[in-house]
Every structure is written in C-alpha cells, then in structure tokens.
Design a protein around this ligand. Structure first.
Ligand code: ATP
Length: 349
C-alpha cells in the first residue's frame, strides 16, 4: 500500500488551472521527486499534499487515510507530515536543541539528541543558528522535520540556497539519511541532476500536468513525451520516417519502436553521448561549434540535411570548427521516437 496517493488532483487560482489530473503514489520508504520548470505546479502539488492549499477536485490519501477531496480538508497539523523548505525556516532565537524539539511533546530530550546525532550535529544542541553554516542549518531543519516521526516528509527545493559544491554534498547526505530512517518523501526541484540523484521515482511536470513518472533511468532513456526528452539534458531531434526496415534518419536506420504506419514522419531524440564523431572529408556533417565543458568538448555538427546535432567527445578527440566529420549512432539503448503528440506507450507498467 502506498504511503501517499494522489488521485486526479485539480487546483486553479483565479480560474487558471495550475495542477490538472495529477495522479501519483509513493510507496513506503521511497523518495518521489517532482521535477519541472518554474511555474509548472510542483510547489502547488506539494502544498496540496501538505494541506496548505485546498483541492478543487481529486483525492489525497496519506497512510490510507483520506485527507482531502473536493469537500473534505484535514488541516496540515493533523496530516503527520514533516516539511523542509529552501529557506531552512529554523527559528533564529532558539538553540539547535530547541529548534529540533519544537514539534515534540515535553520530556523528549532524548529524541532531540538522537536527531542531532542522526544529522551529524551531536553535542551542538546549545549552539544558536547564526553560528552554523548553510549546510548545517539545513541539517537542523531536517532533524526538526524528522523528530516527530512524520508519515511523509515534504521537501521543497531544500538545497537551492547552498553553493554548488555543498548542494552535491547535501543531496548525498540527505538521501542517505532518508534511506537510513526509512522515510517516505516527496521532493520538489527544478534541477534535473538533483532529481535523477535523489529520486527512486521522478515525476516530470509541465504546465500543471504530470507528463511521466518513472525511475530516473526510465525518465532519462525512455521519455514518453517530447517535453520530457527536452527537459532532461541537452537533446536534439532528428527528422525520421517510418519504413518497413525501421525509422530512417539522416544518420541511418533505427529500430521501429512506435506502432506507426510506413511513411509516417517522426522525430528521434538524440543526446550528445548518443553520437560518435570521426574526422572524415567525405563525412555527413561539419563542426559548427566547439564548447569546452571541463570533462569533455561538446561539438555542434550541422548535418548535410541541415539538422544540428551535438556530440560529447573526450579531450583527446580535439577537433577544430569547420572540420568535416562522420556522425554515427553510439547509443547502447533504443533512441526515443516521437510522432506529433503521440505518447510513447509505457512498457514498464
Ligand atoms: P517554482 O519552481 O518557480 O516555484 P512551481 O513549479 O513550484 O514553480 P507553483 O509555485 O506551483 O510552480 O506555481 C504554479 C502556478 O501557480 C504559477 O503560475 C504561480 O504563479 C501560480 N500560483 C501559485 N500560488 C498561487 C496563489 N496563491 N495565487 C495565485 N497564483 C498562484
């Protein structure tokens, strides 16, 4: 049984729908990440689960208890949820121990110390928040949210105030702590790398709708919509045509993955790591841009038919702009193929 179930959530502000037909379920102990661009409705979905917003339609269950539908609204404090926001929201005038103990009944000082130890701040209970780094403050926020043993923890962009290096460290640490405590969590971010790292499941939202929910690998390698393909990493689209032999593209024929008739025009999504480049005077494209991104070069290649694609190459394959090249597929998996608004069937269910 799922710990959190959302069924057909619908919410509008000023007659503008911001969450539409959102369905998701989070099994016990799993982390579901809601990923999407700014304004797509991630935070509103989280606030509906928390009870800070009232549903217009749909149903939310937490631990198999109905907490919201079109007519019922259980208030946030009765939902047994924990919340971690991006701005930490810890009380500046309370010590760490007082912060962590805030939601606990009196006499639970053992639990306070246990939680401070759990997040790596054991023995620092008397300190004040201003004496802590940003990462440490976020640990306090996590300890405070977990102390009352919530049924589900909701995290809204919890690392966005941290610098890049600390973000990476904290995401590893928080995932480890959530797994160690068996906590069920819903985590909101617009950062795809963070989503792929944190999530057992990732739900990609676009304009109020969940376009796909799946494991990080499935979302990345088998996007079901063009939007999901584009949102997760740099993606180019090759024109293709369905034939009896497979999908014909400017880079050769690929296996046919969609149930479409011969002659149908499609687009094939390719990422920079899906393509090989070789210098070749008689090749099928020419390098038009060259970008150093630290671990590799990213080359922009204009194919003979005019399509622009990108390819990552190791430093030893250093090529100048203007070099004629042969571009080949190198992906060890089927490349996702799209036909207008056709949604790729989900084979994992
Ligand atoms: P971000 O990453 O920028 O926070 P988001 O995906 O979390 O974006 P939401 O905060 O859920 O998006 O907002 C979705 C839409 O709903 C936005 O257009 C926003 O302006 C609108 N919205 C959110 N809350 C309210 C509100 N209380 N009143 C009116 N409009 C709102």
């Amino acid at each position: 049984m799922a710990t959190v179930t959302c069924h057909n959530l619908y919410k509008s502000f000023d007659d503008q729908p911001v969450v539409q037909n959102v369905n998701l379920s989070v099994p016990p102990g799993e982390i579901l990440v809601l990923l999407g661009p700014s304004g797509c409705g991630k935070t509103t979905t989280l606030r509906l689960i928390a009870g800070f917003e009232q549903l217009d339609d749909g149903r939310i269950e937490i631990n198999n208890q109905l907490v919201a539908d079109g007519s019922r609204h259980v208030p946030p404090e009765k939902r047994r949820i924990g919340i971690v926001f991006q701005d930490y929201a810890i009380f500046p005038h309370l010590s760490l121990a007082q912060n962590v103990g805030f939601g606990l009944k009196r006499g639970q000082s053992d639990r306070v110390e246990e939680m401070l130890n759990f997040v790596g701040l054991g023995g620092l209970g008397e300190r004040m928040p201003h004496q802590l780094s940003g990462g440490q403050q976020q640990r306090v926020a996590l300890a405070r949210a977990l102390a009352p043993q919530p049924v589900v923890l909701l995290l809204d962009e919890p690392f966005s105030n941290l610098d890049a290096a600390l973000r990476v460290e904290m995401r590893q640490e928080v995932r480890r702590l959530l797994k160690a405590s068996g906590t069920t969590a819903v985590f909101v971010t617009h950062d795809q790398e963070e989503a792929l790292f944190m999530g057992d499941q990732v739900g990609v939202m676009n304009a109020g709708r969940l376009e796909q929910v799946g494991t990080p690998e499935a979302i990345f390698h088998q996007p079901r919509t063009r939007f999901v393909a584009e949102f997760l990493g740099q993606t180019d689209f090759l024109p293709g045509e369905v034939t009896d032999q497979g999908v014909q593209t400017p880079l050769g024929t690929l296996p046919q993955t969609l149930p479409l008739a011969s002659g149908t025009a499609v687009e094939v999504a390719v990422r920079p790591d899906d393509l090989l480049l070789e210098p070749d005077e008689a090749g099928n494209g020419r390098i038009v841009s060259r970008q150093f991104v630290g671990i590799a070069f990213v080359y922009g290649v204009r194919l003979d038919d005019g399509t622009l694609v990108h390819s990552w190459q190791p430093h030893e394959n250093s090529l100048a702009e203007g070099t004629a090249v042969t571009v080949q597929f190198a992906a060890p998996h089927d490349l996702p193929c799209f036909h207008q608004n056709h949604i790729v069937p989900d084979k994992s269910r």
